[in-house]
Design a protein around this ligand. Structure first.
Ligand code: SAH
Length: 509
């Protein structure tokens, strides 16, 4: 019996913002064995495919030079080998794109396929620039037009004659930043020079830029603001409503480039929150979470879990590491017996909840002093055993305070943070030397130490032009102690709190 044929899903990825993909498309991606994607696809989307999946970039779909890669050949080959194949294209695969040719080839080869639409750039550009596509009675018809080379070469005189005034709104997908020939052509064929017109570049990304004017003025305006590709032009009444409906590019963090130094498995959350605020996260993980040098103490603590009166966690990492050890020895949460459980903040408490543990104590302020006070407020702990599962290197105030109250505290290294490779150090230095980082974020004291380790004495001057933001006062203090100026300190010591504090900072600035 031959191999069962795989299915090829032609999926629209949307025009920039990775969150604009459809659910169906994302689910296909999450189950893919082979992904062929266009160059403009956001890297986060590629990351949605499983680790084992083969991911192949097939370049841009426009302005290709040289021989195009044999995309359809790869799709067919993959399906014949029984793979789940995803062909991911920018925007919608079937609007001015290769979707048609590729589906035709699949059909000819009798390969099962599925066509999953995407948010096409005319829809995204109008929504993200606050331009709308139709505005009730004043604009109730739309044409999408592609202009690949020069407008005169694209289509005949008579075609432009029909198109220029055919519908109230025209959306022209451009392959050039020279708008003058198109605007002249439209006027020549009867579109009044005072018709509102706008050009939107890099729609739904932090580099989005919009210029608005009229058919007569837009080319000059665009020239002055140096329109970059990809870009498209909107002609008609919707092009003049922007000042009322702008929302994306007026956000205080819009377009800011933000250095994210969290360990890579934790940066996703901060990056997502930043992207949602219109910022561009630049991920440069400075630390990695690793096994402690000696795992004996953690193993012992897990064996004796039931003998502790309190188990205290100061990070989600500590929680995951301890439960990892529990499951390694085929045990579960019941080992905690009657121990009370303390978490330093909501993220740590949420990590506990993943194992169905409700923390007994979560202090209002997410720092060691507050955890100690909250535990002591529950009653005397003299003579009781307390387990503190945390990073190998951490502040001593928490165990010290509990010991002073008579507790027997076992400080157990559940994990260790390690500075990252020289490759990352060079990347970090490059970003900062270019001077293109608007905001540098620190989400723990260890990210501060790692940056100092990576940049040495230059750290202060390299960070000088950027706004420096810390997740809380301890992290801020670590930075200040090394001479780093800290501009923003979150008052809620979480990722969301950090993004809120930055938003406030730029709103009041
Ligand atoms: N299938 C794609 C369009 C491919 S043609 C879609 O559905 O969007 C390529 C053209 O799309 C570009 O020349 C540009 O005019 C437009 N385009 C694509 N992404 C864009 C973006 N993020 N912002 C503005 N225009 C974009």
């Amino acid at each position: 019996m031959g191999t069962r044929l795989g299915t090829v899903s032609l999926v629209g990825a949307g025009p920039g913002d990775p969150e604009l993909i459809t659910w169906r498309g994302r689910r296909r991606l999450a189950a893919a064995d082979l992904v062929l994607f266009d160059a403009l696809i956001h890297p986060d989307l590629i990351e949605e495919s499983p680790k084992h999946a083969e991911r192949i970039s097939v370049g841009t779909n426009s302005g290709c030079s040289g021989r195009p890669p044999d995309i359809t050949g790869r799709l067919i080959e993959g399906a014949r080998a029984g793979l789940n194949v995803v062909r991911l294209m920018a925007g919608d695969p079937f609007l001015f794109d290769r979707g048609f040719e590729e589906v035709e080839a699949l059909q000819d080869a009798s390969i099962p396929f599925e066509l999953i639409p995407g948010v096409t750039s005319p829809l995204a550009a109008t929504a993200y620039a606050g331009l709308l596509l139709t505005t009730g009675e004043r604009s109730s018809s739309v044409a999408f037009i592609s202009a690949t080379q020069s407008p005169e070469k694209d289509r005949s005189f008579t075609e432009w004659q029909r198109l220029a005034t055919a519908t109230e709104t025209l959306v022209v997908l451009m392959n050039t930043s020279d708008l003058a020939p198109l605007m002249q052509l439209l006027q020549h064929h009867g579109r009044p020079g005072d018709t509102p017109a706008a050009v939107v570049q890099c729609a739904s990304t932090p580099r989005q830029h919009t210029a608005t004017g009229t058919v007569a003025t837009l080319a000059d305006l665009a020239e002055n603001s140096r329109i970059q590709l990809p870009a498209l032009v909107i002609v008609g009444h919707p092009a003049c409503v922007r000042e009322r409906f702008r929302w994306y590019d007026v956000q205080p963090l819009f377009g800011k480039r933000v250095l994210v130094t969290r360990p890579s498995h934790q940066s996703a959350e901060l990056s997502r929150a930043l992207r949602e605020a219109g910022a561009e996260p630049i991920e440069c993980p400075l630390i990695a979470i690793c096994d402690p040098v000696n795992s004996g103490p953690l193993e012992r603590a897990v064996q004796e879990l039931g003998t502790y009166a309190w188990a205290v966690f100061t990070s989600a990492n500590g929680v995951h590491r301890l439960f990892g050890e529990l499951s390694r020895v085929h045990k579960d949460a019941r080992q905690f017996g009657n121990a009370c459980i303390a978490a330093i903040g909501p993220k740590t408490a949420a990590a506990l909840q993943e194992y169905s543990i409700q923390a007994d104590v979560v202090p209002e302020e997410y720092r060691g002093e507050a955890v100690a006070a909250a535990i002591l407020a529950q009653g005397p702990i003299a003579g009781q055993r307390v387990l503190l599962a945390r990073a190998a290197v951490a502040r001593e105030i928490l165990p010290q305070t509990l010991r002073a109250a008579g507790a027997q505290v076992d400080v157990v290294a559940a994990y260790r943070t390690e500075s990252l490779s020289t490759q990352h150090m060079y990347r970090l230095r490059n970003y900062l030397e270019e001077g293109t980082i608007d905001i540098a974020t620190f989400t723990s004291s260890s990210t501060v130490s790692s940056m100092i380790h990576a940049l040495g004495a230059d750290v202060v001057s390299l960070l000088e032009p950027s706004c420096v933001a810390a997740i809380g006062p301890i992290t801020a203090e670590t930075a200040r102690n090394s001479g780093i100026r800290v501009d923003v300190v979150a008052s809620d010591y979480t990722v969301e709190g950090l993004v809120d504090a930055l938003r406030d900072h730029y709103t009041s600035a």
